[in-house]
Write a protein that binds this ligand. Structure first.
Ligand code: M6R
Length: 365
């Protein structure tokens, strides 16, 4: 049931604090030890791998992009992220020293299932991160790690994405520790920060009304754009997918550094541009990018950290996320994107949970 909410999507957005904790608790014990041993990810095994691949479709692929960002940053192991429908037909360069992680909420996405079989034919070990117990992907994988999101009914994925991120962050911390890149104390600190994500998301849910007002201002536009750098960029890519699939507004994400390479030609008077500016080391550059688009008439909705009030001087609307460490900023940021997409869809009178032409799980090519 929708439990008092008008749409499943809204309910599922609001369930995120709770399911994030459930997912964390499924792998972290009271002494802050992470346990992935049943998934074959022992220190001994990890020392023998030379590459990590993440393969998925749609929103799960976008979680994979975040996974690459955080696993590479913490472990310095190279991670390749691939769209399943590309990977399966490309005769991918992998061997039996590769770890392949597939991500799928439903566990039934055909391209992801086939990509997984392709990886196995090359001798790689496959670990599936999925939300559905006993699904086809869960059954075919060498090992399974479940997200604890609970049933996700709305076609637009929300809580599955954030719980997939949680597992990938835990992997990054666990692998970094096993590779000797961080100490046990540092690992514990990192895990505590993941637990604190719950509160930062909870705060974003209180923005509900303000997000609705912003959605109302921009809902009649034909196009909108999302910008960011680093982690802000990969989150923007998911924000744009949420918007396009349920609001039907042409929504596209660009790396801010690409503006000058073509993108900026699309910026005209009044076009909404959502800009994520949460990463400290990229802050100045991102503020310059906001100026570049506002000087062409863009209507800028910025997402920044509390205290960075300078953003108000350059953007039309600012949503502040709590002052969390940069690596964890993606969690509260995506919640704002999810709510914006939700209200755009709802205010346009669309069927939020069942957008046109889409199915919840894509079991055909
Ligand atoms: O069930 P899966 O995670 O394998 O599904 C993958 C995509 O089909 C899915 O994420 C799709 O992109 C959603 N509609 C996004 O909201």
């Amino acid at each position: 049931s929708k439990g008092g909410y008008e749409y499943f999507m809204e309910k599922e957005i609001f369930e995120q604090p709770e399911v994030l904790i459930k997912t964390l608790n499924s792998r972290v014990d009271e002494n802050y030890n992470i346990n992935f041993d049943d998934a074959g990810l022992t220190k001994e095994y990890l020392e023998g791998i030379n590459d990590i691949y993440i393969v998925a479709c749609g929103t799960a692929y976008h979680a994979g992009l975040v996974g690459k960002y955080i696993i590479e940053k913490k472990t310095r192991i190279r991670v390749d992220v691939d769209i399943a429908s590309e990977f399966r037909y490309r005769n991918p360069v992998i061997n039996d020293n590769a770890l392949v992680i597939v991500l799928s909420q439903s566990g039934e996405t055909l391209d992801t299932l086939e990509a997984m079989k392709e990886a196995k034919r090359h001798g790689a070990r496959v670990v599936a991160i999925t939300n559905v117990v006993g699904s086809s992907i869960a059954r075919e994988a060498d090992h399974v790690i479940y997200t604890w999101a609970g049933p996700e009914i709305a076609v637009a994925s929300t809580k599955a994405y954030t719980t997939q991120m949680v597992i990938l962050y835990l992997m990054a911390i666990d692998f970094a520790y096993k590779f000797g890149k961080i100490t046990k104390d540092e690992a514990t600190e990192n895990i505590k920060k993941l637990y604190e994500v719950e509160q930062s998301i909870q705060k974003m849910l209180e923005y509900n009304e303000k997000i609705k007002d912003v959605a109302d201002k921009i809902k009649d536009n034909e196009s909108m754009f999302y910008l960011g750098r680093g982690l802000d960029y990969v989150i923007a890519v998911e924000g744009a997918l949420k918007s396009k699939e349920i609001s039907y507004i042409h929504s596209e994400a660009f790396a801010s550094g690409e503006l000058k390479h073509g993108t900026i030609a699309l910026i005209t008077d009044g076009v909404p541009v959502v800009v994520n500016v949460t990463q400290s080391d990229l802050f100045e550059k991102s503020v310059s990018n906001i100026k570049e688009v506002t000087s062409r008439g863009a209507y800028v909705i910025a997402i920044a950290k509390e205290g960075n009030t300078v953003v108000e001087e350059v953007a039309d609307e600012v949503f502040y996320i709590p002052n969390v460490e940069d690596d964890y900023a993606g969690f509260p940021t995506i919640v704002i994107h999810q709510l914006l997409a939700y209200y755009l869809s709802k205010l346009k009178g669309n069927d939020v949970d069942k957008p046109r032409n889409l199915a919840k799980s894509v079991t055909v090519e």
